[in-house]
Design a protein around this ligand. Structure first.
Ligand code: IFM
Length: 463
């Protein structure tokens, strides 16, 4: 329902059970990488290699949430949020990737989960948000089929330990980023730049999702909903001639992950090197990958706007499009961009949700959405991040429209609660609702946090 209060101010009311949440991930926030018997992860290794991460930053301390978690949980509470999405660190639970369980790791996540429940905040736990134990990488990582089985064993341990209290499990965060940035291009850990391994990793990470879903559902201690988070990009095409290429791009970046999970097939992609080689797809794999899930997590950040490249060369505000020689990506001059250089277009979220809705009636959660801003604490101790407020307004309004249009959207988790370690960008990009001074750990609520707190409290958005 929308009510017009005064001219220029609309109020968009959300269902009472809608989740207004925030998200983080273990390696990006916890720090304490050598504490309490945690094993080494591929990101520890990657960060230690010169030139891989901006300024040589690493996750050794990050937001120090391993020690400051109570403060972070109090912040979530003070923001009136009713959901928190965090990830479980595989090398904290299984320092060697398999085998002996580290009780101190289990205890840490018990403290988080119990702390959330004491504050009436529903815990959503991601099993794998990219911190693969290094010992498993030494055996081939996601290019090794066994890793899918290891992940399922680890997921079962998580379900047995936490499934009585966690509200929802997410098997994998963004399989596309794991396979493309980690194996195909190599700008993320483990830093492999090999298209063949990219294709193989794509299949194994999806297989891991299917096996983990089955393992969680088989746990005696968990009857909780299980799903996966897929990052989806809206592909907008500006001219007729680029139509066919745009369909291909959409299949390469979205369909390659969505179709196997929801439909049990890989899409028809012309660039065969994007697909897993036939030799790694075993009988029954596609059935495992498309095991029934209970919800779909969608991460949305930006659209890709494409057109046919002009014969006279690339123009101002156009960029070559990754491996599509006759296509350029367009950055419209009137469309804002974030500090990551990503386009801001909330209508892309409308289109993505429509697309998913046409494929499935599963409940949908926006498990990530947010923007990097060049935030700073002003002399009065405030962070005036108006860009983030308007980003948040625009995307929450898209969520509201989706619900009004009958889409089964159940919640929104802002990325991120805290400024944190932004992978290859180190600490140079701030995505948080909360500003973190990385030299002291001090947290400062940004204006966007206060705005979001009001929205969550009223369950309605005022624009
Ligand atoms: O920080 C990441 C997160 O780990 C996964 N999704 C995108 C975010 C911003 O790049």
């Amino acid at each position: 329902m929308t009510t017009n209060l005064t001219s220029g101010q609309n109020v968009f009311t959300f269902p009472n059970d809608f989740i207004f949440g925030a998200a983080t991930a273990s390696y990006q926030t916890e720090g304490a990488v050598s504490e309490d018997d945690r094993g080494v992860s591929i990101w520890d290794t990657f960060c230690s290699q010169p030139g891989k991460v901006y300024r040589g930053d690493d996750g050794n301390i990050a937001c120090d949430s391993y020690h400051r978690y109570n403060e972070d949980l109090d912040i979530l509470k003070s923001l009136n949020l009713n959901g928190y999405r965090f990830s479980i660190s595989w090398p904290r639970i299984l320092p060697e990737g398999t085998g002996v369980i580290n009780q101190k790791g289990i205890d840490y996540y018990n403290r988080i989960i119990d702390g959330l429940l004491e504050r009436n905040i529903l815990p959503a736990a991601t099993i794998y948000h990219w911190d693969l134990p290094q010992l498993l990488q030494d055996k081939g990582g996601w290019a090794n089929r066994d890793t899918a089985e290891y992940l399922a064993d680890y997921a079962a341990i998580c379900a047995d330990a936490f499934g009585d209290r966690v509200e929802r499990f997410i098997t994998i965060n963004e399989p596309q980023i794991v396979a493309r940035l980690g194996y195909r291009i190599g700008v993320h850990a483990p830093g492999i730049a090999d298209p063949l391994q990219g294709g193989i990793a794509t299949h194994h990470i999806l297989l891991a999702h299917g096996l983990a879903t089955q393992a969680i559902k088989a746990s005696q201690n968990s009857a909780k909903p299980v799903g996966i988070t897929i990052d989806l990009t809206d592909v907008v095409v500006l001219d007729e001639n680029a139509q066919d290429e745009a369909i291909q791009i959409d299949r390469e970046i979205n369909g390659l992950y969505l179709d196997p999970v929801l439909l049990g097939t890989y899409p028809d992609i012309k660039r065969k090197e994007m697909l897993p080689p036939e030799s790694v797809i075993m009988n029954g794999d596609m059935e495992i990958i498309s095991t029934n899930i209970d919800f779909l997590g969608v991460n949305y950040y930006q659209p890709h706007i494409v057109r046919t490249a002009s014969e006279t060369g690339i123009k101002f505000n156009e960029f070559p499009y990754d491996n599509h020689a006759n296509i350029v990506a367009v950055r419209p001059q009137d469309m804002p961009v974030t500090a990551m250089g990503w386009l801001v277009d909330p209508t892309g979220l409308d289109r993505i949700l429509d697309k998913v809705h046409q494929m499935t009636n599963l409940p949908i959660y926006i498990t990530e959405n947010g923007c990097a801003v060049n935030d700073y604490v002003d002399p009065n101790g405030n962070v005036h991040d108006n860009e983030r407020i308007s980003y948040l307004q625009g995307h929450l309004a898209a969520c509201w429209r989706a619900i009004e249009n009958g889409i089964n959207l159940k919640g929104y988790y802002h990325w991120s609660l805290l400024d944190n370690f932004e992978w290859a960008e180190g600490y140079s990009k701030r995505f948080g609702l909360v500003y973190v001074d990385f030299s002291t750990g001090k947290r400062t609520l940004k204006d966007s946090a206060l705005y979001y707190a009001k929205t969550a409290q009223m369950k309605s958005l005022k624009i």
